[in-house]
Design a protein around this ligand. Structure first.
Ligand code: UGA
Length: 424
């Protein structure tokens, strides 16, 4: 078992701290945010992530996990320091590496020779290698171990990853980092530092391209009369295409895809290796969000000014309270700016970004008197709400637009003559 420090206790760092300690490693989770550390020390997690809090309390009780707001807890016995701090997008479109730089500097001061700094934060390609020289003066190694966790399912994906990628410039470092995951049954991939960083970017951008493609197909099917869900099902039977990431929606969002696609597009262009597919996916996504707004305006009879629009879902996807770069919030803001009275409901997320919006405590409360209901996040509970209950409280000629294909088409189109589903 190894002694590990994990710097940054956001959703990646926290899942990594809890996951690694559940494998039997001795982990200290570090964050400079005092409130966050106090909350964690009191047994609560600051994010919504199913199963994580229970497992955290278990490993803390076993003495395998602790939290600290000080880098002094990285000591001479620490063998690995995982860097899991945020890399937000700066004005230029580049990832801002301020937190990564300072975290590496702070841990390097305390680490002993032969210890390994493992970068898990998603960093621009070439970042890990740029620290190699500085760290080699202290005989500290560097590795890249990108994360492929998706929010809402992070713990399961830590325990059952699609693959474990470890990049380093020497075999021994690759093997030492890979050995941390010995108990996990998943394909291993050892490679160079730059390849590991590229695998992460290439994967996220590829998935974003796939989604932009599906969302454009939705627009095409609307014109041709083809049923999108039939088209995507037919495509998915080809194993080369697969059945994942074929669900249409109001655009892709979250803290990762928008940031990572922007970073890859920017750095590729700087290197004179422009990735036009990624650029097109970004542009297409922005058009998808606008298209959804226009469709809602049309459903409202050409204008939403002065009308009540019920919004179901604010999170960027289901099973998370995260609204960063959420298409739902984008759409609600655009409608509000056109004069709509927004009444929003999300099972756990909230947003203060939508002007004059009323946050409701139930889905049906949001529907009261509404002229249009729009489903923007694919929460399962929306699919369980009887259409007739919404019918009873909404305006007489109300329309419903399901951008996530979660409502039962038969029931909803029976109760609402003006019912539109993105997948139809
Ligand atoms: C994504 C990747 O899936 C993870 O592998 C990666 O580790 C993570 O980014 C990261 O870089 O940290 P995440 O942002 O949590 O994970 O969410 P996804 O499940 O990938 O969804 C991203 C967006 O695509 C959401 O807005 C979601 O609603 C949308 N989406 C996804 C669809 O519209 N349709 C789909 O079929 C799938």
């Amino acid at each position: 078992m190894s002694r590990i420090a994990v710097v940054g206790q956001g959703y990646v760092g926290l899942t990594t701290s809890i996951g690694l300690s559940s494998l039997g490693h001795e982990v200290i989770g570090i964050d400079i945010n005092d409130d966050r550390i106090k909350q964690l020390q009191s047994g609560q997690i600051p994010i919504y992530e199913p199963g994580l809090e229970e497992l955290m309390n278990q490993v803390v009780q076993q003495g395998l996990l602790g939290f600290s707001n000080s880098f002094d807890s990285v000591s001479e016995t620490t063998e690995f320091a995982f860097i899991c701090v945020a890399t937000p997008t700066s004005e230029s479109g580049r990832a801002d590496l301020t937190y990564v730089d300072s975290a590496i500097e702070m841990v390097a001061d305390n680490l002993q020779p032969e210890s390994i700094i493992v970068i898990k934060s998603t960093v621009p390609i070439g970042t890990s290698g740029s620290f190699a020289e500085f760290l080699s003066q202290k005989n500290i190694k560097i590795a890249s171990n990108p994360e492929f966790l998706s929010e809402g399912n992070a713990l399961f994906e830590f325990q059952n990853p699609s693959r474990i990628v470890v990049g380093a410039d020497d075999t021994k470092t690759q093997q030492r980092v890979t050995a941390l995951y010995d108990q996990i049954d998943a394909p291993r991939m050892m490679c160079g530092l730059t390849s590991a960083e590229t695998i992460k970017h290439a994967s996220n951008s590829f998935l974003a391209i796939k989604l932009s493609y599906v969302n454009e197909l939705a627009a095409l099917c609307e014109k041709t009369g083809a049923v999108l869900s039939e088209v995507t099902h037919g495509m998915s039977l080809d194993m080369r295409i697969g059945d994942k990431f074929l669900e249409p929606g109001p655009g892709w969002g979250g803290s990762c895809f928008p940031k990572d696609t922007a970073e890859l597009a920017y750095s590729a262009k700087q290197l004179d290796a422009q990735m036009r597919t990624v650029e097109a996916a970004i542009e297409s996504n922005s058009r998808t969000k606008d298209r959804i707004v226009q469709s809602i305006i049309s459903l409202a009879g050409g204008s939403v000014a002065g009308k009540t629009v019920a919004i179901w879902g604010l999170a960027f996807k289901a099973n998370t309270d995260d609204t960063r770069d959420s298409p739902a919030v984008h759409v609600a803001k655009a409608l509000s700016s056109q004069g709509a009275n927004i009444k929003a409901y999300d099972p756990i997320a909230t947003s203060n970004e939508i002007e004059n919006a009323i946050m409701c405590s139930s889905a049906l409360e949001a529907c009261a008197e509404a002229s249009v209901l729009v489903v923007l996040t694919e929460w399962k509970e929306f699919g369980l709400i009887p259409a007739e209950h919404a019918r009873e409280v909404m305006a007489g000629d109300a329309a419903v637009f399901d951008t996530r294909n979660v409502l039962d088409t038969k029931n909803w189109s029976r109760d609402f003559t003006n019912f539109v589903s993105i997948a139809l």
